[in-house]
Design a protein around this ligand. Structure first.
Ligand code: GLN
Length: 252
């Protein structure tokens, strides 16, 4: 299953965040340590989304190649600086297409979104929920994948003014009710807060005085990482990390 990370804190280069650390996302693409379910490599593309130091953005770099083969990204990553980043390496779920458009992070307006997991019974299991989407949302879907449909459903809720953490928890609840056994680690940011869920995949958080990072697998400094319990909703900014059991937010 894919690996993702979210970062908020002092301005960093993308290279310092995703390429250089010990067990970086780059390393997690070819030597992940905690893949659950199918997949041993995250070689079906990758994506990085980042906000500019003035808070504007996000911009993205996505490609349908393994991260370790992309020399252009290495060059760009050494130059781009950002205080808020979401990055992901992809292991495509069997039967789903490979292409840059299928790589997280997905984006709309000021949002970045990533999904680590799979929706069981795809696509039939999502058909009822997807019927709520406007035709134009379906026609402009970035890829015919579970993750892209999850993003279309989530951004619809966000567009209706639903608070980010509620929108994420409600979407997760709706999907696991319709598709039991789904793996639903979601990650959403507006550049100021990270909202994430754990639903049968690992997620770790590390906070310092000025930064917070969440990641499928710890990287960089060995100290300070805390594993988020399964079936949790996490909301974090550089000042605090709140973790709530999803059962308290949404009753299965
Ligand atoms: N199911 C999603 C996809 O195929 C995410 C895959 C994953 O988390 N490994 O893109």
């Amino acid at each position: 299953m894919c690996r993702h990370l979210g970062y908020l804190g002092p301005v960093t280069t993308l290279a310092e965040l995703v390429l250089e650390p010990e067990h970086s996302l780059l390393e997690q693409s070819f030597a992940p340590r905690d893949m659950r379910g199918a997949g041993t490599l995250n070689a079906d593309g990758f994506g990085v989304g980042w906000y500019r130091p003035d808070g504007s953005g996000p911009a993205r770099y996505r490609a349908a190649v393994p991260m370790w083969t992309d020399g252009s990204f290495r060059d760009v990553a050494a130059e781009v600086v950002s205080p808020a980043v979401v990055a992901a390496v992809r292991s495509a779920t069997a039967g789903m297409p490979v292409g840059a458009g299928a790589c997280a992070p997905f984006s709309d307006g000021t949002w970045l979104f990533s999904h680590n997991g799979r929706v069981t019974g795809w696509p039939e299991s999502l058909a009822k929920a997807a019927a709520r989407l406007e035709v134009v949302d379906l026609l402009t879907l970035e890829a015919p994948t579970d993750s892209a449909v999850l993003w279309a459903l989530l951004r619809q809720r966000l567009g209706e003014g639903v608070a980010a953490e509620r929108a994420v928890a409600e979407l997760l609840g709706e999907v696991v009710a319709a598709a039991p056994g789904s793996r639903m680690n979601l990650l959403l940011t507006d550049g100021a807060r990270l909202v994430a869920t754990t639903w049968t995949h690992a997620l770790w958080v590390r906070r310092t005085d000025e930064s917070v990072v969440v990641a499928s697998e710890p990287f960089g400094p060995a100290d300070g990482w805390v594993e988020i319990p399964d079936r949790s909703l996490m909301v974090a900014d550089t000042g605090r990390v709140d973790v709530t059991a999803l059962a308290e937010v949404w009753q299965p």
